[in-house]
Design a protein around this ligand. Structure first.
Ligand code: PPS
Length: 414
């Protein structure tokens, strides 16, 4: 057990759409931590710093500048650096987990070494992958429902064009099924685009990959396990260090994973990619070891008090402090209308077949698609002694847990 920390930095690194806002709220309201960005009541609305994967991360990645000094050189981050001197600070940016850049920049700024200040703790919340993907889809879909542009903007052609462009950039026009099909095709063909120049030798696997993608798009009865295997073989691995691009040409998907500057590209939304966690968790766990805690969305939403207690124990927040703020948990436990639920209800009412739930055929295909990754995740969690893994494993569907059955039985006291 690592010793409690009295001051330091706590980062919720993901997963996107896995309850990071709720965790952030628990850290602030129940455990009494301070938001990196704002200390006042507005803190909850300002949860994401994006320092370690955004443009500021260049500074942290530049070996010649001390990483903490980089933080201090930006006004928002200066606050974080100052607060670190006398307390706790937290930043919940779900994009960190899927960002190789954050995986390099965060440990450079906050080295995972005990006894060296500032101390650091990392929290990752996991979620059933198909539900997570659908939640991310709805999040983008609701962008199409933004209110009408104000009259002043409509009257000004320049402002109007900029506003319309931003709206179309954010709005997800497809059904979930179409979005999944597009991403699957992109995953399988990204490194070998069909319009590759004729001077480039076609990769022997290209046609098979495209064929698989096409079949996947047309019919859902293709074995997604095969699709997954092909995906692992053909799609870019998740690189920590920059690696040479494949000979066949620019790999579009790789660039949109690393630098999500083209989020509106059809295959680039990451609904599937961001639900693949095993390889990424191995890397984060290798970087931070016992300083990384995993929790589960399903656990937190059904039992926020238990998660708050586990977070407090992990961070060393005294129990008395938790007791004092216990009443704040009630507000956080109300799941009836949270986040964008108004938009969700409107989408579901307007087009129930597409937006209220994942179609059964799509869900079963995706469940299979994710099963390999979920099995890897279960195996890793049960072997690697990642803090919090018992609870996450207990919440994972049995089909996903694979080799961790015996572990699960012993955890249950059997
Ligand atoms: N308090 C509380 N109780 C229960 N559920 C909650 C709560 N807070 C957030 N949520 C659900 O979490 C989903 C959003 O996750 P994130 O906060 O990580 O989203 S984001 O990445 O910050 O956009 C989103 O899930 P979906 O409803 O499935 O979309 C939220 O409804």
């Amino acid at each position: 057990m690592i010793p409690p920390i009295e001051q330091g930095a706590v980062f919720v690194i993901g997963l996107q759409k896995a309850g990071t806002s709720q965790l952030h709220a628990i850290l602030l309201r129940v455990l009494g931590l301070v938001s990196a960005e704002h200390a006042g009541p507005e803190a909850l609305g300002n949860k994401e710093l994006h320092f370690f994967e955004g443009k500021h991360s260049d500074c942290a990645l530049n070996a010649s500048s001390p990483a903490l000094a980089c933080l201090a050189s930006f006004s928002r981050q200066a606050k974080m650096a100052r607060m670190l001197q006398n307390g706790w600070v937290t930043d919940a940016t779900p994009d960190y987990f899927g960002s190789p850049r954050a995986l390099r920049a965060l440990p450079l700024t906050f080295p995972p070494r005990e006894g060296v200040l500032p101390r650091v703790r990392i929290i990752l919340t996991l979620r059933e992958p198909t539900d997570r993907a659908f939640s991310a889809y709805i999040n983008n879909r609701r962008q199409c429902l933004l209110p009408r542009l104000p009259a002043a903007v409509l009257a000004d052609p320049v402002r109007r064009e900029a506003a319309e462009r931003m709206r179309s950039f954010r709005c997800e026009p497809r059904t979930f099924e179409e979005a999944v099909q597009d991403e699957m095709a992109a995953l399988l063909s990204s490194c070998w685009p069909s319009n590759a120049s004729s001077t480039v030798t076609p990769h022997p696997r290209k046609s098979a990959a495209l064929d698989l993608a096409a079949r996947f798009a047309q019919q859902w009865d293709i074995s997604p396990v095969n699709v997954w295997e092909n995906y692992m073989r053909w799609s870019p691995p998740w690189p920590v260090a920059p690696r040479p691009l494949p000979e066949e040409g620019q790999c579009a998907l790789e660039s949109c994973w690393i630098q999500p500057v083209f989020p509106n590209r059809r295959g680039c939304k990451g609904y599937l990619a961001n639900s693949l966690v095993a390889a990424k968790l191995r890397l984060w766990s290798a970087a931070y070891g016992p300083q990384l805690l995993v929790v589960s969305f399903e656990d937190t939403t059904s039992e926020p008090a238990g998660t708050a207690e586990r977070l407090a124990a992990f961070l060393g927040v005294p129990r008395t402090a938790l007791e004092e703020r216990r009443s704040s948990l009630e507000a956080l436990s109300d799941h009836s209308c949270w986040h964008s639920c108004g938009h969700k209800q409107r989408l579901a009412a307007e087009q129930p077949a597409n937006f209220s739930t994942v179609l059964p055929a799509v869900r079963s295909a995706l469940d299979l698609f994710f099963s390999r990754d979920q099995r890897d995740l279960g195996a890793f969690l049960s072997q690697a002694q990642v803090p919090g893994s018992e609870r996450v494993l207990a919440r994972m569907p049995r089909r996903a847990c694979g080799r961790c059955g015996s572990w699960r039985r012993s955890a249950a006291g059997g």
